[in-house]
Design a protein around this ligand. Sequence first.
Ligand SMILES: Cc1ncc(COP(=O)(O)O)c(C=O)c1O
Length: 373
Amino acid sequence: MQVRLDVEGVRARFSALQRPFAFLDGPAGTQVPDEVIDAISGYLRESNANVGGQFETSRRTGELVTAAHEAAARFLGCSADEVIFGPSMTSLNFNLTRTVGRELEACDEIVVTRLDHDANVAPWLELAHDRELVVRFADSDLSDLEDQLSERTRVVAFPWASNALGTLVDAHRICELAHEAGALAWIDAVHYAPHGPIDVAAVDADVLLCSPYKFCGPHLGLAFVHRRLLDRWRPYKVRPAPGYETGTAQHELLAGFVAAVGYLDSLGWEAITAHERELGGRFLEGLPERITLYGPSSMEGRVPTFALNVDGRSPAEVAAHLGERGIFVWDGDYYAVEAMQRLGLENGAVRVGIVHYNTEGEVDRVLAELRAL
Ligand SMILES: Cc1ncc(COP(=O)(O)O)c(C=O)c1O
């Protein structure tokens, strides 16, 4: 029997959702349940301190940091000492790419994709600029990814799901191809993370990054780095500090992160994915003729993130029109620079992003507005 998501019960946990807005902007950041907000403020009220002190609040903070690493390890399928927190995926990726860059040589090659958010492209371009590396681009459908690999490939950087087109990629297969070429598999799972379970061991990732604020947590970045690499790399860090994290962590946000993982655990991925698939199918079925959809036209091989344009209207115009009616969607390129260029979309597209807390009513509401445009 399929597990059903009690979406009204879910929504009751969010003060933010008790307003007449349809939040279809999840790919840019989801709303946060009250238990996450309470964990953040609870930490600041009761446990606020730095780590390493000989007193109660510092000890509690140390325990919290441990708990956050353990929650992330469960979320990612790795061990707690393979988890790195940072301010955002982008900042973590700049940091980690610089670190791996220390073992790369001129003319080494990095393969990225035209499906990527720029946060998994620009750090490699900058590193290539400094270290005379070569960056190769696989096309957005990844059909030529294998052709881009060579004996000089050192890293294959790719997204698990596209934040623009919603396309899912076969992460396990790409990791396999990367490893066959002797390269590291470097996954941007930011857009995938709100939509499905992650198991870094099962996909065989070397590095994987995501952002808790895309899955009902606070504004943080999160990375898995394989133990073998952590032991080998020389991190940029201050001498007295252990590990790879730089400076004092955002302790209150780590408290929110632990609560966010607890929240997702309480729903279960089976219920989340079934609900999202149902809503995505409903959206696709109801799309009016005048709309051009980019990316897969069924729910096969995708998450419910839809880039589209309305004939004769700019994406910004459509998003503003919907925004005035309490329907929050995105417009532009959402930093998926290469994918948009490939599609020839100078002004990008409207993005309707469905997550598990959205409802059939909200899908029908955005469809009705798109029909009326
Ligand atoms: C696919 C993808 N990768 C990376 C990022 C960057 O994440 P952060 O905002 O945590 O730097 C985003 C943000 O929208 C994204 O959608």
